[in-house]
Ligand binder design. Structure first.
Ligand SMILES: [Mn+2]
Length: 412
């Protein structure tokens, strides 16, 4: 992971006489002695390559120069006994490329000394808030604490410069996404090999997840969606408790996570291995939209413009079928955007006031049709890397045409 390069790119975006304090996060309590699985701050991961709790990165910029210090917990033999190995200073140095490494219990004292010496007029924290109803996350809590202690220091949001950097992926990031996609492909092939009428959706999920774990993925990039029949028309269906009936389609929106990066792929398969004529008609329309977006995506465009292209193709197909009477009615059967950015987050962070695609952006291409009254839900999702003059489909060889799918499922 080229995390030192990520920090180097951040430095020019930071104000002079500034301090940046970014925490990895703390485990969130569920009940009794149970904690939610720890999820590291994605920004902390981007700048350090580390994924563990109770760590912090501090950057101090003055006179155009920037120093970095990484704070980690001291290895505690009792904690190791219960929950396994901790990151040693040598490992932290090796992974992050940061020197010096100090202990997290030294951070408060260090900050107090820095601030007393008047080192910073600006302090960067990750103060991103997804929704006003959300509990504040750890970085936001620490920003509020800091603001109470040092009210004269201006707090700025580290999320903003970080979004600008994370938007364009470097070679190593693209490699990680490609690995995640390749493992996802294996999982989807395993599904096609084993899918049968009468199976439960969770069994299909299990086939996919067993395969990606066995191929070395960290796990699913997000909760696997396996929706058969009418459930395929619910965009983020995720209970996966129902039966896949003969004659149903099953919509699978899923992905592996590898080296901290996500794949996000959707395929829609006939449960019994063969599309009905009606299903195939709709499928071909969604596929035409998928191909049109992959053909059009290039630097200078926006995801909104790609969505217009997608909607035009879907509307044209539905008009031809006689399913709708005017193009605007397409929104009855297609109601989401065709693209989002993809990276460390499945819905990767975006730059709010600059949505133009650039080389290095990785976006999804995911048209769908959701026909409730016929219990047909179809989505075909690929991942595109924007290049200098167009794009490459990183998931091109995950089979997607009805003929390919039927042939693969017949040959099992
Ligand atoms: Mn997606």
């Amino acid at each position: 992971m080229s995390v030192p390069a990520h920090r180097e790119k951040l430095i020019p975006l930071l104000a002079d006489k500034s301090i940046t304090i970014l925490y990895s996060g703390i485990p969130i309590h569920v009940s009794q002695d149970e904690y939610y699985p720890f999820r590291v701050s994605r920004q902390f991961f981007y700048y350090t390559g580390l994924t563990r709790e109770n760590m912090a990165l501090v950057l101090i910029k003055r006179d155009g120069r920037c120093s970095a210090v990484l704070y980690i917990p001291e290895v505690d033999p009792l904690a190791v006994r219960w929950t396994g190995k901790m990151v040693t200073p040598d490992e932290a140095r090796e992974i992050s490329g940061i020197e010096p490494i100090r202990y997290i219990h030294q951070l408060e004292g260090d900050l107090s000394r820095h601030m007393a010496s008047g080192i910073a007029e600006v302090a960067y924290f990750d103060t991103y808030r997804h929704s006003a109803e959300d509990l504040p996350d750890y970085n936001l809590v620490k920003a509020q604490e800091f603001a109470r202690l040092y009210p004269a220091v201006q707090i700025r949001n580290l999320h903003i410069p970080t979004a600008a950097l994370r938007r364009c992926k470097d070679e190593e990031e693209v490699t990680a996404i490609q690995k995640a996609i390749n493992i996802t492909k294996g999982g989807l092939n395993a599904v096609m090999e084993n899918l049968r009428p009468g199976m439960y959706e969770y069994q299909v999920q299990a086939i996919f997840e067993a395969k990606i774990f066995s191929e070395g993925a960290e796990g699913p990039a997000f909760p696997t969606i396996a929706g058969a029949g009418i459930n395929g028309t619910m965009l983020h269906y995720g209970t996966n408790r129902e039966i896949c009936n003969d004659g149903d389609l099953i919509l699978l929106d899923l992905g592996a996570k590898v080296d901290g990066y996500c794949a996000d792929i959707t395929r829609t398969y006939p449960v019994n291995g063969k599309f009905t004529d009606r299903q195939r008609q709709y499928y071909e329309i969604a596929l035409a939209a998928n191909r049109a977006v992959a053909k059009a995506a290039k630097p200078g465009m926006t995801c909104r413009e790609l969505n217009e292209i997608c909607k035009d193709v879907l509307a044209e197909g539905l008009l031809k079928m006689g399913k709708i009477n005017v193009p605007g009615e397409v929104s009855r059967y297609y109601m989401h955007g065709v693209s989002h950015h993809l990276g460390i987050d499945v819905h990767d962070i975006e730059v709010a006031d600059d949505r133009i695609l650039r080389p290095g952006c990785v976006i999804t291409d995911e048209p769908g049709l959701y026909i409730d009254e016929e219990a047909i839900g179809i989505r075909i999702e690929d991942d595109l890397l924007i290049t200098e003059n167009g794009c490459v489909c990183l998931s091109e060889d995950i089979i997607r045409t009805p003929d390919e799918i039927e042939a693969y499922m017949a040959d099992r």
